[in-house]
Design a protein around this ligand. Sequence first.
Ligand SMILES: [Fe+2]
Length: 250
Amino acid sequence: MGKKVLKIGQITDLHIGEDESLVQGIDVRSNFLAAYNSESMKDLDLLVLSGDLANENAEPGAYSYISEILKDSKVPVCVIPGNHDNVEVMEKFFDLKGKVHDGKCYYRFEMDGRSVFFLDSANGTVSSEQLSWLEKEAAKVDGEVLLFVHHPPCHCDHKFMDLRYSMKNIDEVQATLSKIKNLKHIFVGHYHFESTVEIENQTVHVTPSTQMQIDPNKSVFCLSSAAPGWRVIQWGENFLETKVYFSQTP
Ligand SMILES: [Fe+2]
């Protein structure tokens, strides 16, 4: 295992539209840029976009915009789909070679001798093929691994999202996760709020959206803020520190 402390940035739920029109009155492109260009995101070793890059239905204009911004990035970028994305369309704009299996985008990314895993929960579930693959691959790794997936593999005490849009096979996913002893931290999005949830063997870090945040205390949709949020992770040997940032409300 490498000795370096790796710095990972997570941007999630960008909800970029087909063109520059505002999305629900929010300038989602400028919100994304606020996160991407933030001082806190300098000197990353890895940038992760963890799903819902596109606003509603895999708008090609969203992927084209994001890939254009990222093309000059000196940092490796790992992308996974959310429920508003489509892997077939994403493949036209992002290099997903070797990362798509039977239409699902899941893979392992290695850096400095350490492994980060990415799963595809775009249809609201993590397939049993992915779960077996994760269990097998993580067992090959000597040392701690990290996992990114769009949907939290748990309920998160968010009235609106838990009720309507939670992962559909939580029990099956948790049954596998509980067996993976070298996985301690899971990073997700989808819920449009910040939270930390403990499950049997892992801490689930829920990262806010760059589009807008949803009030967790209301069972109907209620916007709580239009300020973009994102996450920075510092990952060393037997050490992980993470912090969520919000920009000023635009
Ligand atoms: Fe989502």
